[in-house]
Design a protein around this ligand. Structure first.
Ligand code: DWN
Length: 406
């Protein structure tokens, strides 16, 4: 029986069932392994007592994160975004040259690399062995482990309290939300600042981005539930903003209670979320919209195959696994992705090999289906300038549309 990650209530209801899906980022090495990929129920559930939205079926975190193929450094948009975080911290809160900065879910060290001009007193934490090795080789000291309160105590004993803790796209990736919050409370200094970025429930609902539902996304956070959770751990959100990056990220700024005046930007966002009635009214609309999107995409695929045209996918994001396993992959030939970690592997559960985008020149697809729709601008620019692509781009989310590059 699954329990709410926050209040531990067992009164959890499934609100959206996306069928069976493999672990999204567990790209397979060959066709045989891909077609045999283990699939798990992929459902979205809601806690009746605190309204927390969480994955309906827990897959072991070791299976998901020990060897991980997502790297922000593949995208200029994301690399710039992480760079902006460190320059914003310096503008708003000022790094000292010995400020101790910890990145939880540090991946390949892209964010901490951007902190180096301000301080070398940096530490990454990431459970993926392959990514921790890449970061350590780049000289970004990284502990290969999951974040926990006990690890926080070890870090505090060895290196002292953190002046800044940054965690992007990680806090939603664990069911142990209280343990994570305790770890933050343990490690952060009395005047320290924590910045957490996660995909925002409000953006998912408003943008119909149901493809961001996959097993590594354990929680789909509302600002209200974040506020209540951290208040139980002597941590206060004093600022918050929604960012366009990825698929609508929420950034929250926290410190020990009372350190910073709570900003109107946070109060306004919280008020809108509650007044917009995100959880009840909009969530029901969202679940109905998902079914419509599936029908619309399948109708488009039928039109394309009736006209004997060919479609390739672009981008092998985790989102692609959810979308493909929900709508089927028989209409697609294969998928392009710039990430060298992903090329030559297969989207799990399909026969779609991931190819270097340079092959677009030979393949010359009539249509390109943008699985990495959140980077449409950067990718379309690349298709035009690097591959002189002419054809039609299918952008599935937030609404299905086809644009022509002539
Ligand atoms: O929370 C998460 C989000 C933030 O990032 C993680 N759970 C995993 C990951 O999700 P994702 O895999 O959907 O992330 P992306 O960054 O949307 O994936 C984009 C994919 O597209 C990457 O594999 C890189 C690729 N890409 C490309 O081939 N050419 C990206 C760009 C910008 C390009 O020009």
């Amino acid at each position: 029986m699954s329990k709410c990650f926050i209040c531990k209530s067992e009164s959890i209801k499934v609100i959206l069932d996306l069928g069976e899906s493999p672990v999204a980022n567990n790209l397979e090495m060959n066709l045989g392994q891909s077609l045999e990929a283990k699939k798990y129920p992929l459902k979205l559930s809601k806690c009746d007592s605190c309204n927390h939205i969480q994955i309906g079926n827990i897959v072991n975190q070791e299976e998901i994160f020990s060897d991980y193929f997502y790297m922000p450094s593949v995208s200029k948009t994301l690399t710039n975004h992480l760079q902006e975080i460190s320059s914003e911290i310096n503008d708003k809160f000022k790094f000292d040259n010995d400020s101790f900065v910890v990145d939880i879910g540090s991946n390949d060290g892209t964010f901490l690399n951007s902190v180096k001009p301000y301080t070398n007193n940096i530490l990454g934490i990431d459970p993926a062995k392959n990514l921790s090795d890449i970061a350590n080789k780049k000289g970004i000291k990284t502990i290969n482990n999951f974040f926990s309160n006990s690890l926080s105590k070890e870090i505090k004993d060895k290196y002292g309290e953190a002046d800044f803790i940054v965690s992007t796209n990680t806090f939603a990736h664990t069911p142990e939300v209280k343990e994570f919050a305790e770890g933050l409370e343990t490690l952060i200094s009395d005047q320290g600042i924590i910045i957490i970025e996660i995909h925002y429930l409000g953006s998912m609902i408003n943008d119909n981005s149901f493809d961001t539902i996959y097993h590594e996304h354990f929680s789909y956070w509302s600002l209200k539930n974040l506020d209540e959770l951290f208040k139980d751990h002597d941590l206060e959100i004093f600022d918050a903003k929604i960012l366009p990056v990825h698929h609508g990220q929420l950034r929250i700024y926290l410190s020990k209670n009372g350190n910073y005046k709570v900003k109107n930007s946070f109060k306004e966002l919280l008020k809108n979320e509650i007044e917009e009635d995100l959880i009840e009214k909009k969530l029901i609309r969202f679940c109905n919209e998902v079914k419509k999107i599936k029908v619309d995409i399948l109708n488009l695929f039928k039109e394309v195959s009736d006209s004997k045209k060919i479609i390739y996918g672009y981008g092998a994001p985790a989102k692609a696994s959810t979308l493909i396993n929900f709508i089927g992959s028989e209409n697609l030939i294969s998928v392009y992705d710039k990430s060298k970690l992903k090329q030559g592997k297969y989207i799990p559960g399909t026969s779609l090999e991931i190819k270097d985008p340079v092959e677009i020149i030979n393949d010359n697809p009539d249509y390109i289906f943008l699985f990495a729709w959140n980077f449409a601008e950067e990718i379309i620019k690349e298709l035009k300038e690097n591959y002189n692509y002419k054809g039609k781009i299918i952008i599935p989310i937030p609404e299905l549309k086809v644009i022509e590059i002539s």
